[in-house]
Design a binder for this molecule. Structure first.
Ligand code: NDP
Ligand code: 8X3
Length: 250
């Protein structure tokens, strides 16, 4: 029987690349995001390879998130793999001048949204005593960098939640993993800098990680034998040594 994976943030970047990687392997997909047109386009492309169902909701909306996941047809209800990927940074400002709307967005999406989706999916996994949850954290969850304050806090929270999940779900045989990338070239910086030209320079002068690199690592993690759980993985581009040290050729 084919596995079923639910991927949040499947309309772009890491989530979209993971959808393609999983489709190549015939994994049945539930693709989530707010941009419905993109979900439709991706579904159209991938349905030649696998079964695809799309769910259009905002992870900040608690009721909307539960309703969306409850609405899944029987063929898609038994989710084997949950990829909690939806998230972004909003702004890069010192704490004293940070924008409270940015803070709300990061805590509501990266932390609370991840919790709502997990709460909606986990009961089916505990009942069936099987499942694999992959939370996309960040190197920002392992260290704090200047002006990263609240984004780093949100990703530190993702790591704490991942550990908590692993402990509480241990008795059910559910695997829980955090994959923590450094710089990945996606729409992330466009969102962080709200389309400002500064975003165009973030991935210049070095080879950043590509979404496909992370998708392949996620696929590796979900295909380990039953007794192996990759619990916590940090991946940087070769040019990056830490959040603040990136070797750029200019
Ligand atoms: P993208 O901006 O390319 O993708 C973000 C995805 O999250 C989109 O599909 C977006 O879909 C979805 N999303 C954002 N907000 C919401 C929301 N409120 N409700 C539902 N979905 C939402 O960025 P990445 O692919 O880079 O980011 C994916 C994850 O990887 C994030 O958690 C990010 O923090 C993490 N990460 C990224 C790194 C990087 O350097 N790029 C490094 C380390 C971690 P839509 O807008 O359609 O809703
Ligand atoms: C994304 C990587 O360095 O912009 O999580 O925080 S960074």
């Amino acid at each position: 029987m084919k596995k079923i994976a639910l991927i949040t943030g499947a309309t772009s970047g890491i989530g979209r690349a993971t959808a393609h990687e999983f489709a190549n392997q015939g994994i049945h997909l539930i693709l989530c995001g707010r941009r419905e047109e993109r979900l439709d386009t991706i579904k159209k492309a991938l349905k030649k390879q696998t079964e695809v169902y799309t769910l259009n909701f905002d992870v900040r909306d608690k009721e909307g998130t539960f309703k969306a996941i409850e609405s899944l047809p029987d063929d898609f209800k038994n989710i084997d793999i949950l990829i909690n990927n939806a998230g972004n940074a909003h702004g890069l400002d010192p704490i004293q001048t940070g924008n409270t709307d940015d803070w709300d967005a990061m805590m509501d999406i990266n932390v609370k949204g991840l919790l709502y989706v997990s709460k909606a999916v986990i009961p089916n996994m505990t009942t069936r005593k099987t499942g694999h949850i992959i939370n996309i954290g960040s190197s920002a969850g392992k260290e704090v960098y200047p002006k990263g304050n609240v984004y780093c806090a949100s990703k530190h929270a993702v790591l704490a939640i991942t550990q908590g999940m692993r402990i509480d779900l241990n008795e059910f045989g559910i695997k829980v993993c955090a994959i923590n990338p450094g710089l990945v070239e996606t729409e992330f910086s466009q969102v962080r800098f709200k389309g400002d030209a500064i975003a165009d320079n973030v991935y210049k002068g070095y080879k950043a990680l590509q979404p496909q690199d992370i998708a392949e690592i996620i696929y590796f993690a979900i295909t380990r034998p039953p007794h192996v759980n990759i619990a916590d993985l940090l991946v940087f581009p070769t040019a990056q040594a830490s959040s603040t040290i990136v070797k750029k050729e200019f």
